[in-house]
Design a protein around this ligand. Structure first.
Ligand SMILES: Cc1cc2nc3c(=O)[nH]c(=O)nc-3n(C[C@H](O)[C@H](O)[C@H](O)COP(=O)(O)O)c2cc1C
Length: 331
């Protein structure tokens, strides 16, 4: 038996294994990225650069200045530029320094509100040396005046503009809250993205019943969140040309193996690293290695997608949603 090869490709990038540390506070400094590489990850996605955060910071600065009667319009414009450029420059510096410090691929991530910023940030990020760019397009489709078509059209427009502005590979990180995800994903795929990340995780609201205010719900995922990602990875595998990265609910080596069997080329991990620590990366890749030895798989490609919807021999199982008597385990 030859030694199993854990390497994979994602967005045309060579990864020594399929574990990517996903966009989060775990990836917001060069020191953390160096540790992530040392702990064995295949790649890293930087914390997103949020245009909204830049706007908020700008508003705060302007508010402070207004309170100090510091309100000349020229000063405001100047401050606006300074705040904007400062946050962007810090992010670009993170990319450049991370690229110098580690050998694993560094994928940047952006989330914008205005359409020009997607392309502006993308161009600057490419210049700074990122290997690829993830578009964090997560928003909650809750506007009753914007139907499925409008949501899709604006997504396709952003992809087209970004693709027209940069040469680095682009991945779209989507949310599970879309009508007919297969159709939505196929349109995105046809728009020419190199990858799709299923799924982003939203901040969840809760209610603090002691103080009667809105509070923050659970931030981290749990292993029980794996099933939804698994379902859609398996259903999209073979139905889109772009690479699929699984994200949400992967907490151990078994979760990693399941997603690859469903068709993922790579898996993004966040919550499990917050709950455990970075040593979880090595535990996951060790588990993958041992499992490949046991099952005599020499490469990731030799088993990737074996249980995707089209290859599983039981396509209906992936689409089953009702707890019918026939299938339920609970009496
Ligand atoms: C604390 C925290 C911060 C995150 N920040 C970002 C972010 O800046 N950009 C992004 O695209 N996703 C962000 N995410 C989502 C993760 O990248 C990931 O998609 C999600 O947590 C699901 O993976 P998991 O189940 O392994 O946690 C964040 C998640 C957490 C828990």
């Amino acid at each position: 038996m030859k030694i199993p090869d854990l390497s994979t490709t994602y967005l045309g990038l060579q990864l020594k294994n399929p574990v990517i540390v996903g966009s989060s506070g775990l990836t917001d400094s060069v020191e953390k990225i160096i540790s992530i590489e040392a702990m064995g990850a295949g790649a890293v996605v930087l914390k997103s650069l949020f245009e909204e955060e830049i706007i908020m910071e700008m508003e705060e600065t302007i508010h402070t200045m207004t309170n100090r009667n510091f309100v000349f319009p020229e000063t405001m414009d100047y401050m606006e530029t300074i705040v904007k450029e400062d946050i962007l420059l810090n992010y670009l510096q993170l990319i450049t320094e991370a690229k110098k410090a580690v050998g694993i691929p560094v994928i940047a991530s952006i989330n914008c509100v205005s359409s020009q910023k997607w392309t502006y940030f993308a161009r600057e990020i490419e210049k700074a040396g990122a290997d690829a760019l993830e578009l964090n397009l997560f928003f909650l489709p809750s506007d009753s005046l914007r139907g499925e078509k409008e949501v899709l059209d604006s997504t396709l427009e952003i992809i087209s503009k970004v693709k027209g502005s940069v040469k680095i590979p682009i991945a779209l990180k989507i949310s599970a809250y879309q009508s007919n995800l297969i159709r939505y994903a196929q349109f995105i795929d046809q728009a020419g993205v190199e990858g799709m990340v299923l799924f982003n995780r939203s901040w969840l609201p809760d209610i603090d019943i002691s103080h009667l205010v809105i509070s923050s719900g659970f931030v981290l995922s749990s292993p029980s969140d794996l099933g939804n990602t698994l379902r859609w990875v398996s259903m999209l595998s073979g139905r889109v040309n772009c690479d699929i990265a699984a994200s949400t609910g992967i907490h151990d080596g078994a979760g990693l193996i399941k997603q690859i069997l469903a068709g993922a080329r790579a898996c993004q991990i966040v919550s499990s690293l917050y709950i455990n620590d970075l040593s979880q990366i090595g535990k996951m890749t060790d588990e993958l290695y041992q499992w490949m030895v046991e099952h005599e798989f020499r490469s990731i490609e030799s088993f990737r997608g074996r249980l995707s919807q089209s290859n599983s021999g039981n396509p209906a199982a992936w689409e089953r949603v009702q707890f019918m008597k026939h299938f339920r385990n609970f009496i």
